[in-house]
Write a protein that binds this ligand. Structure first.
Ligand code: SAH
Length: 397
C-alpha cells in the first residue's frame, strides 16, 4: 500500500493553490512508514486526497509534490514532464540559437529538487531532494527516452543535500564522462563549459538574456566585468565592440576559460583589449576608487550573498558596498549593470539597496532598465520562489 501523509486542519490551503511543499509542522500523522524519498499520498485532515508527494524525513520540507493528479509516479510521468519542459522552451531555443539551456528547473517545471541543464548532448543533473534521489534511475531512463543518444552526468555536489539526508555525488549516470570542455552556443556566442568541475552544472545559463541586453551599452566603452566567471558578460561586451574589457574573478580556472572563450569566438583581444584579472572584487574596486581609475560600464554579477534569512542583513551590506564602489568609479553618463541572484532578496529590496548605494556614493542615479532570469528558468504561478534573479541597468549622471 502507498504510504499516506495526513495534514493538520487548514494545512491543505497552500496545496489547493498548487504550492508544491508540505512542511513538517503541517503534518498530523504518517501511515505506512515511507522510506527516504518514497512516494506517498497526501490527504487533508478530513481524508480528502490531495496529491502524490516524495517523502523527505530529514528536511523541514517534509514532502514535495510530484503531482496533484492521482497518477503513478513512474517512467511515463517523468517522460511527460520532460517533454512538457522541452516544449515550453522551444521558442527561445530557436530564437536564441541555443545548444545549452536549462531543461528542467525543479519546482518550476513540476519536478521538485531536480535540475537538468543541457549542454549539447550532455544532460547534467543536480538532484537536491530525497525524492529526486529516489527517482534517479527512472529519471535517467526518462531523459534517454526523450533525448536518445545523450550522455547523462550527475553534479549533485551541493551542501543542501545534507538537509535531505543525502551525501554529495559527482559522476556518470549514462554514457561517457564529459570532456574537459563542451562548447555551447547562445546568441551566436560560443562558450566552453567544464561540466565536471565548473560551478553548479558548469555555466550560469540564467543570465543569458541580461548578457544579451548588456551589448548595447558597450560600444566603444571601457568595461569592468566584476565576478566574470568564464567570461559571460565580457564576451557579449566584446561582441558589442567594447573598447576594452577587464574581467575580474578570484577563480583562475574560470579566468583561463574566459580567455579561451574569447579566443574561440575570434574576438580581437590583442593590445590588452581584454584583460583577465585574478582579483578580489571588493579590494579591486577600492583600489580603482583610490587611484581614480574610471570606467564607462561596470557589470556587477556577484555570487549569491544570502543563502538563508539569517544572512540577509549581511548580504544587504555586501550588495550596497560593491554597488556604491561601482558608482564611484563610473564616469558621468556611465552605466551600472547590477544583479542579485539571492532569492531571499526581492526586487523591491534590491532596488532600495541600489538607492542607498547611490546616496553613499554621492551620485545621482537613474534606473533605466530591469532584468530577470532567462525564460528557460520559468516561474510557476503557484511557486513564486522560482523567481530569484533580478537586475537593473542604471545610469550615473
Ligand atoms: N557573471 C557570470 C557569473 C558569475 S558567478 C556569468 O555571466 O557567467 C560568480 C563569480 O564570482 C564566480 O566565478 C566566483 O569565482 C566569483 N567570485 C566570488 N567571490 C569573489 C570575489 N570576492 N572577488 C572576485 N570574484 C569572486
Amino acid at each position: 500500500m502507498t504510504p499516506a501523509i495526513y495534514l493538520e486542519k487548514g494545512r491543505e490551503k497552500s496545496l489547493k493553490r498548487r504550492h508544491p511543499w508540505v512542511f513538517s509542522r503541517g503534518i498530523k500523522k504518517i501511515e505506512g512508514k515511507p522510506s527516504l524519498g518514497e512516494t506517498a499520498d497526501v490527504f487533508a485532515h478530513d481524508g480528502t486526497w490531495l496529491a502524490k508527494a516524495a517523502y523527505s524525513p530529514h528536511s523541514q520540507i517534509r514532502a514535495r509534490i510530484w503531482s496533484f493528479e492521482n497518477q503513478e509516479i513512474d517512467l511515463d510521468f517523468f517522460v511527460q514532464r520532460i517533454q512538457q519542459a522541452q516544449v515550453l522552451r522551444q521558442d527561445i531555443i530557436e530564437r536564441d540559437g541555443l545548444t545549452g539551456y536549462r531543461l528542467i528547473a525543479a519546482e518550476s517545471d513540476g519536478l521538485p529538487g531536480i535540475t537538468v541543464d543541457k549542454y549539447q548532448d550532455y544532460l547534467v543533473c543536480q538532484l537536491l531532494s530525497a525524492g529526486a534521489e529516489y527517482q534517479k534511475d527512472t529519471l535517467t531512463r526518462a531523459l534517454l527516452k526523450v533525448f536518445p543518444d545523450h550522455y547523462i552526468y550527475e553534479r549533485s555536489d551541493v551542501a543542501v543535500r545534507k538537509k535531505e539526508g543525502l551525501s554529495e555525488r559527482i559522476g556518470v549516470l549514462h554514457g561517457e564522462e564529459p570532456p574537459e570542455s563542451v562548447v555551447i552556443e547562445e546568441n551566436g556566442i560560443k562558450i566552453s563549459v567544464n561540466i565536471k568541475a565548473g560551478h553548479k552544472t558548469g555555466f550560469y545559463l540564467d543570465q543569458r538574456d541580461s548578457r544579451q541586453q548588456a551589448i548595447k551599452y558597450c560600444k566603444d566603452k571601457e568595461v569592468l566585468n566584476c565576478f566574470s566567471y568564464t567570461g559571460g558578460f565580457g564576451l557579449y561586451a566584446l561582441k558589442g565592440e567594447a573598447k576594452r574589457v577587464i574581467n575580474a574573478d578570484v577563480s583562475q580556472p574560470a579566468l583561463d576559460m574566459a580567455k579561451h572563450n574569447a579566443e574561440i569566438n575570434q574576438f580581437d583581444i590583442s593590445k590588452k583589449r581584454a584583460v583577465f584579472l585574478n582579483a578580489d572584487v571588493f579590494k579591486l574596486l577600492r583600489e580603482y576608487r583610490d587611484q581614480g581609475t574610471k570606467f564607462d560600464v561596470v557589470i556587477m554579477d556577484p555570487p549569491k550573498f544570502a543563502e538563508s534569512k539569517a544572512q540577509l542583513n549581511g548580504a544587504c551590506r555586501g550588495y550596497k558596498d560593491i554597488n556604491m564602489l561601482a558608482m564611484q568609479i563610473l564616469r558621468t553618463g556611465g552605466t551600472l549593470l547590477t544583479y542579485s541572484c539571492s532569492g531571499l532578496m526581492d526586487q523591491v529590496l534590491f532596488q532600495k539597496i541600489i538607492a542607498d548605494a547611490a546616496v553613499d556614493a554621492g551620485r545621482q542615479v537613474k534606473f533605466v532598465e530591469r532584468f530577470e532570469q532567462a525564460a528557460d528558468h520559468p516561474t510557476d504561478t503557484a511557486y513564486p520562489e522560482g523567481f530569484y534573479l533580478k537586475g537593473f541597468a542604471c545610469k550615473v549622471i
